[in-house]
Design a protein around this ligand. Structure first.
Ligand code: ADP
Ligand code: ZN
Length: 600
C-alpha cells in the first residue's frame, strides 16, 4: 500500500482518512465516506484499484469529469478508461475489448449505462475488484443534486454480492447521509465522516462599497493566479467580465445564457490556464476538477451556507493556500428577499429565507468564519483562533459604537420614524440639503452631531444597526427606519453595541496563509513548461503536475532523478514522462543562479 502510494502517486503520506478507507476496501469491506472537496477521494479507490486484481468500476454522474479523472489516472500510469455517450461506438467497443480482456484497473461509467442490460451482461463476464459510487449524494432526493438514474445503483449489492462497494460524497447533511446508506443498503460499511475544515483556505468578508474597485484590487493582489468570481445574475456576470477584460485581465464569463459552445470554450480555457479568471453564476463549478484555483470571490450574496461552502470549496484542492472573499452589504439583501418572496412553493420559500438569514449572520458577525462554517455542519472547531480568516487575523477590530448608535437612534426618534437611511444620515452629518431645510430638521438637537465621521461611516453604522436588529426597515418603495426594542435599551444606556471595523492598512485585501517560501521565478518557469507539455498532450496543466508539486520543486531544486522522486506528486511514471524536461530546466536555472541559491 505505501509502496504504491509512493511509486504510483508520488505521495509520502496519506491525507486524513485515506488510509482507513483503502484498508477497508482491501479487506473487501463496503465504505461510505463523506470527505470535503480536495480531501483526496480519488486516491481512496484508485490505490486499491491498482493493488487488487480485476477492474474497479466507478460510477460518476459527470461526463466532463470522467475524462479528467481518466487523464489523471493515466498520467500516473494507471490503466484507466471511461464509457459514456460522448464516445463513438468504435471508441466504446475498444474500451469494452480492453475491459473483457481484463486490462483495465479503472473503468468510469455514467449511471445511465449501468442500467442497460447489455452492459450488465458484459459486467457479469468481468472480474470486478470493487464498485465505486462517486458523488453519492446524487442518489438522495433530499440533496440538491438528485439524479433519478442513481436510484438504479441500489441494485449493486445484490448484483455483485462479493464485490465491495464504496460510496463517496463531499456534501452530505446527516439526513442525506442516512438516505444514501438506506438506498444503497451497504453491508456493515466503514463509515467515515471527515472534518469539513479546509485548513488551506482563508476566509474573509469585505464590506461591499464599490464592487468593481474592490474586485480589481483583489485581482491585482492575485495577479496571474486562477480564480472564480461568482455573481448572481447573467447581466452582472457579463458586465463584470467585460469590465475586467477592459482593465487587461484575462477573464471570461460563464452562465446558462451563453451558447453551449461559448460556455464550453470558456470553461476549457479556464481549465487549461489560458485565462485566469472565470466570472460565473452558480451554474459553474460542478464537475470542475481543476486543482490550482487560488481564489474564489463572491461578489454577491450566496444562496446558503451550503452553497457558499461548496463554491469556496473549489479553491485550493491541491492543498496549497487559497483565498475566499465575500463582498457583503446590507443593501444586497432586499434584492435577494424580493427574489425569495416570489418563490411559489411555500416550503421552498421558507427554506430559502432561513438559508439567507444564516448567510447574513455568517457575513455580519465578528465570530471566526471557519468556526461559523463548521458549526453549520454540526462540527465543533476546537481552536480559539484559526489564523486564517479576517476575524482571527485581526484585519478587523471590534469597536464600541454605542454613542454613535444613540445619535442615529435619536435622529430616528425625533423625526418620528418617518425617514429613510439617507435622510437620517443627512441629519447627523449636518447636511444642508433642501429636504432637511424644508422639514426644519436643521433645528433638531441631533442635527450635525456626527460631523466628525463621513456619510459612508453613518451608512455603515445604519447597516450594522439593521444587521444587529436594533432597527428595521418598513416595507415599500421608500422604506423608513423603525426602532426595535433593542434600540430603546441602547438609548437608555442599558445596552452597548459594537461594530466590526476594517483596519485601514489591510483594507481590500485578506492576508492569505503564506505558502512555504519558494522561488517564484523558477515556479513561473516550471509553470510555462507544464503548460507547454499539457498542450502537447491535450490534457489540463494540473494533470501534468499540481501547483503543490511545482512549489515543492521550486523550494528544493531537485537535480537528480532520486531527489525528483521525493517531490510530492512525482511518481515513477511521471518521473519517466516528464522528469527529464523538468530536471533540465531546474538544472539550467540553478547554474544561472549558482551564487544565490541553496542547491540540493
Ligand atoms: P476530491 O475528489 O476529494 O475533491 P481529489 O481526489 O481530486 O479530491 O484530490 C485533490 C488533490 O489532492 C489532488 O491534486 C490530489 O493529487 C491530491 N492528493 C490526494 N491525496 C494526496 C496525498 N496523500 N498527499 C498529497 N496530495 C494528495
Ligand atoms: Zn478564524
Amino acid at each position: 500500500m505505501f509502496n504504491i502510494l509512493r511509486k504510483v502517486f508520488g505521495f509520502r503520506e496519506f491525507r486524513p482518512n485515506q488510509e482507513s478507507v483503502v484498508r477497508a476496501i482491501l479487506d473487501k469491506r463496503d465504505v461510505f465516506a463523506v470527505m470535503p472537496t480536495g480531501g483526496g477521494k480519488s486516491l481512496c479507490y484508485q490505490l486499491p484499484a491498482v493493488l487488487l486484481p480485476g477492474t474497479c468500476m466507478v460510477i460518476s454522474p459527470l461526463i466532463a469529469l470522467m475524462k479528467d479523472q481518466v487523464d489523471g489516472a493515466r498520467s500516473n500510469g494507471i490503466s484507466a478508461a471511461f464509457l459514456n455517450s460522448s464516445q463513438t461506438s468504435g471508441e466504446r467497443e475498444e474500451v469494452m475489448h480492453h475491459l473483457l480482456a481484463g486490462k483495465l484497473d479503472l473503468l468510469y461509467v455514467a449511471p445511465e449505462r449501468f442500467i442497460l442490460s447489455d452492459f450488465r451482461e458484459t459486467l457479469s463476464r468481468v472480474r470486478l475488484s470493487m464498485a465505486v459510487i462517486d458523488e453519492a449524494h446524487c442518489i438522495s432526493e433530499w440533496g440538491h443534486d438528485f439524479r433519478p438514474d442513481y436510484l438504479s445503483l441500489s441494485a449493486l449489492v445484490t448484483l455483485f454480492p462479493d464485490t465491495p462497494v464504496a460510496a463517496f460524497t463531499a456534501t452530505a447533511t446527516t439526513r442525506v447521509q442516512q438516505d444514501i446508506l438506506d438506498k444503497l443498503a451497504l453491508r456493515n460499511p466503514l463509515i467515515i465522516r471527515a472534518s469539513f475544515d479546509r485548513p488551506n483556505l482563508t476566509y474573509g468578508v469585505l464590506y461591499k462599497e464599490h464592487p468593481d474597485v474592490q474586485l480589481l484590487s483583489l485581482l491585482k493582489s492575485n495577479f496571474g493566479k486562477a480564480g472564480i468570481i461568482y455573481r448572481t445574475s447573467r447581466k452582472s456576470v457579463n458586465d463584470t467580465a467585460a469590465m475586467l477584460q477592459k482593465k487587461g485581465f484575462r477573464a471570461v464569463p460563464y452562465h446558462a445564457g451563453l451558447s453551449d459552445e461559448n460556455r464550453k470554450n470558456n470553461q476549457e480555457s479556464f481549465i487549461r490556464d489560458e485565462v485566469d479568471v472565470i466570472v460565473a453564476t452558480i451554474a459553474f463549478g460542478m464537475g470542475i476538477d481543476k486543482s490550482n484555483i487560488r481564489f474564489v470571490i463572491h461578489a454577491d450574496l450566496p444562496k446558503s451556507i451550503e452553497n457558499y461552502y461548496q463554491e469556496t470549496g473549489r479553491a485550493g484542492r491541491d492543498g496549497e493556500p487559497a483565498e475566499c472573499t465575500l463582498l457583503f452589504a446590507q443593501g444586497d439583501i432586499p434584492k435577494v428577499r424580493f427574489f425569495i418572496d416570489s418563490i411559489i412553493d411555500e416550503e421552498e420559500r421558507e427554506r430559502s429565507r432561513v438559508a439567507l438569514s444564516k448567510v447574513i449572520a455568517f457575513a455580519s458577525t465578528s465570530v471566526c468564519r471557519r468556526r461559523t462554517l463548521l458549526d453549520y455542519f454540526g462540527e465543533h472547531y476546537p481552536h480559539d483562533n484559526c489564523n486564517s480568516c479576517d476575524i482571527c487575523l485581526g484585519s478587523r477590530e471590534v469597536v464600541d459604537c454605542t454613542l454613535e448608535a444613540q445619535m442615529v437612534l435619536s435622529a430616528i426618534v425625533r423625526t418620528e420614524e418617518r425617514f429613510g437611511a439617507t435622510h437620517i444620515t443627512d441629519i447627523v452629518t449636518g447636511s444642508r440639503n433642501q429636504k432637511i431645510l424644508e422639514f426644519g430638521h436643521d433645528r433638531l438637537r441631533t442635527y450635525g452631531v456626527g460631523k466628525e465621521h463621513d456619510k459612508k461611516y453613518w451608512r455603515r453604522l445604519i447597516d450594522e444597526l439593521l444587521a444587529q436588529k436594533v432597527i428595521t426597515k418598513s416595507d415599500g418603495l421608500y422604506p423608513t427606519l423603525l426602532l426595535l426594542p433593542k434600540a430603546v435599551r441602547i438609548l437608555r444606556h442599558d445596552e452597548h453595541i459594537e461594530m466590526v471595523r476594517v483596519l485601514e492598512k489591510k483594507k481590500g485585501q485578506l492576508l492569505p496563509k503564506a505558502s512555504e517560501p519558494y522561488d517564484q521565478q523558477l515556479f513561473e518557469l516550471l509553470r510555462s513548461l507544464r503548460k507547454q507539455i499539457a498542450d502537447e498532450q491535450g490534457i489540463p496543466p494540473y494533470v501534468v503536475f499540481s501547483d503543490r508539486t511545482l512549489h515543492d520543486m521550486s523550494t528544493r531544486f531537485p537535480r537528480t532523478a532520486e531527489s525528483m522522486l521525493t517531490v510530492s506528486g512525482v511518481g515513477e511514471v511521471k518521473l519517466e514522462r516528464y522528469g527529464r524536461q523538468f530536471l533540465r530546466l531546474i538544472d539550467r536555472y540553478c547554474s544561472d543562479h549558482v551564487d544565490s541559491k541553496i542547491i540540493q
